[in-house]
Design a protein around this ligand. Structure first.
Ligand code: ADP
Ligand code: MG
Length: 623
């Protein structure tokens, strides 16, 4: 008697989503079943190298599709590794992957046209069978010696049954009783079309039985990466990318690479146009498939490229690794290391080309993958300069939404400029209006907008770029454009006033005249080595306790050219109304707190001060 088992709750939910929301793309079920069959064959081939007891006969590996129009039944069969009873219950009854909850949430946010990609990438392909089938049976015999055949059946409505099967040969057969609205998938032309569209690059023959010609291999099985680049058309590249990545968009960049000489390997690599879903999903997942002499070895090995290039998708085929290479062997392997170095150089070079050839596309690349690429600045000292050369930022010169490279910054730098200015913040538009960059802007000096929290770490790692030292403009003292004598004169005039204001504002470490302001009256800056306000907020958001933050006191800077500051000093110099001077100086401080995006400690008393000013204005007006 077959046993009935309920699907795990999350799986049930996933199946419902797949069945209902993928409906307009239901033909992907065939791709998914063929892909599973192909995986099962790869797995058998790979494991039997080290577990000879799995080997069995030496019949050719193949995937066979049968369509019985009369019975309304479509089957997909392979002679791969098969499944034991335990395996079938686990593999087809639970979602083994962790984080399914988050995946379900992601799906809800996603655009439904992205579903096929998401679902394919998440690896729940098998359940797409229920979009077309009223009932699905999986008949399997594991390659493990002594295994019993097993049969799994479900109509996708919450439970499945498992019982004894009848299969005599190693492998798996998936039997679909097609639903009435899916009978099209029994038609030969439709099957041929789908296999060519989705599964053409599958390495093993996909055979369609029946019909006039008895049996027909439907896929071309071409190992595109082994052909010279000149013989591969762009369409083929794109098709292959889509096959490989399940991305529905064209890649941003295709890279063919053939290393010859001491080490021989070939690769076809792709830079996706958008962050692949599986990358968000399992951020450390490997993007490359490793082949040895045309034989698929693994797609779960992350040493072929450095982690900061993990968004690259593709295939690497080496002739210098043994076919029975094990995971352990791969981990510390000189060949792998050399391949890694070769591919890294190639990818960085190709990105540099893209940057020169197609700026728009490159900027989009930076938007998508910049945050990942930047990790390389600290992770790969050997390529630090190259990576820095690839980075782009929004800036005060070009304005928000436009990106400049560090080289462009250096080229446009003013004569005698020794620093590369940047300002950290959340949003370029906000930064563009920031008081911190007023005088630099006026002096024609460009300020880069660092809107990614890691930008500051990257700048710290680089220290400088082509002789310009990175410099945060909201910290330390910034030289104004004023000449020295005027400045000294001014300092003297303001000395007493500044001291007085400093006494009245215990919140700040000191008060000084500003070289960075033109339009605003005041701003707060941190000491040169202190943490800026953005960094502070970031740390706070990351859950650091406020007490743990370095007590990097702020310095209040006043703009000596601003009429309010000028008048306030005159009032101070006159020796009367000291109360008022103190009160209004506090107002300048409070403005600066707001301008840097921080919160006022005492908003109520701020409002009181503003209101008393308002009142005196109003009284004046009403006579
Ligand atoms: P994925 O292929 O990403 O793992 P699927 O939902 O397509 O996700 O399949 C779930 C699991 O079921 C596979 O990982 C595999 O263990 C098992 N499986 C599915 N089809 C086959 C098959 N034809 N032969 C052996 N195992 C299979
Ligand atoms: Mg699958």
């Amino acid at each position: 008697m077959p046993r009935k088992i309920k699907f795990k709750a999350e799986l049930k939910q996933m199946m419902d989503i797949i069945i209902h929301s993928l409906y307009s793309h239901k033909e992907v079920f065939l791709r998914e079943l063929i892909s599973n069959a192909s995986d099962a064959i790869d797995s058998h081939r790979f494991r039997s190298l080290t577990e000879p007891e799995l080997a069995g006969g030496d019949e050719e590996y193949r995937i066979v599709i049968t369509a019985d129009e009369e019975a309304g039944i479509l089957t997909v069969e392979d002679n791969g590794i098969g499944m034991t009873r335990e395996e079938i219950v686990v593999n087809l009854g639970t979602l083994a992957r962790s984080g399914t909850r988050e995946f379900l949430d992601k799906l809800k946010e996603a655009n439904s046209k992205d579903y096929p990609e998401l679902i394919g990438q998440f690896g729940v392909g098998f359940y797409s069978a229920f979009m077309v089938a009223a009932q699905v049976s999986v008949k399997s015999l594991s390659a493990l010696p002594g295994s019993e055949p097993v049969e799994w059946t479900s109509s996708g409505d919450g439970e499945f049954s498992v019982g004894r099967g009848e299969r005599r040969t190693r492998g798996t057969q998936v039997v679909l009783e097609l639903a009435d609205d899916s009978k099209e998938f029994l038609q030969r032309w439709r099957i041929e079309e789908l296999v060519r569209k989705f599964s053409d690059f599958i390495e093993h023959p996909v055979v369609l039985t029946g019909g006039e010609d008895g049996q027909r291999v439907l896929n071309s099985r071409k190992a595109i990466w082994l052909r010279p680049q000149s013989e591969v058309s762009e369409e083929e590249d794109v098709e292959f990318y889509k096959h490989l990545s399940r991305d529905t968009r064209d890649p941003a960049r295709t890279i063919h690479f053939a290393a010859e000489g001491l080490l021989e390997y070939r690769a076809i690599l792709f830079v996706p146009a958008r962050v692949p879903f599986d990358l968000l999903w399992s951020p450390q997942s490997a993007g490359l498939q490793l082949y040895v002499k045309r034989v698929f070895i693994t797609d779960d090995f992350d040493k072929l490229l450095p982690s900061y290039l993990r968004f690259v998708r593709g295939v690497v085929d080496s002739s210098d690794l043994p076919l029975n290479v094990s995971r352990e062997m791969l981990q510390q392997n000189a060949v792998v290391e050399k391949i890694n170095r070769g591919l890294t150089g190639k990818v960085l070079g190709s990105l540099d080309e893209l940057k020169k050839e197609d700026r728009e596309r490159y900027v989009e690349f930076i938007r998508q993958f910049g945050p990942i690429l930047k990790e390389g600045v600290s992770a790969d000292p050997g390529n630090r300069e190259k990576i820095a050369g690839l980075l782009m930022y929004e800036s005060s010169r070009e304005g928000p939404g436009k990106y400049v490279s560090l080289d462009e910054y250096v080229d446009a730098a003013a004569e005698g400029q020794t620093e590369l200015y940047y300002l950290l913040g959340e949003d370029a538009a906000e930064l563009a209006a920031s008081p911190y960059i007023e005088s630099l802007k006026q002096a024609g000096r460009e300020v880069l907008f660092f809107t990614d929290p890691v930008d500051e770490f990257v700048a710290g790692h680089l220290g400088q770029y082509k002789k310009l030292k990175f410099r945060a403009v909201d910290r330390g003292e910034l030289e104004g454009t004023q000449d020295k004598e005027d400045k000294e004169q001014e300092s003297k005039e303001f000395e007493g006033f500044l001291e007085f204001v400093g006494d009245k504002l215990p919140e700040v470490e000191s008060v000084r005249l500003s070289g960075r302001l033109t339009g605003s009256a005041s701003c707060l800056v941190a000491g040169e080595d202190a943490m800026g306000p953005q960094m502070e907020r970031l740390m706070r958001r990351m859950g650091r306790d406020e007490d743990q933050l370095p007590a990097g006191g702020r310095i209040l800077e006043l703009n000596p050219g601003h009429p309010v500051v000028v008048k306030l000093r005159s009032l101070f110099d006159s020796g009367v109304g000291r109360e008022k001077v103190a009160d209004w100086a506090r107002l300048l401080y409070e403005q600066a707190v707001i301008a840097e995006g921080s919160r006022l400690a005492d908003p109520a008393s701020f409002a009181k001060r503003v209101n008393s000013l308002l009142l005196s204005e109003l009284e004046k007006d009403s006579g």
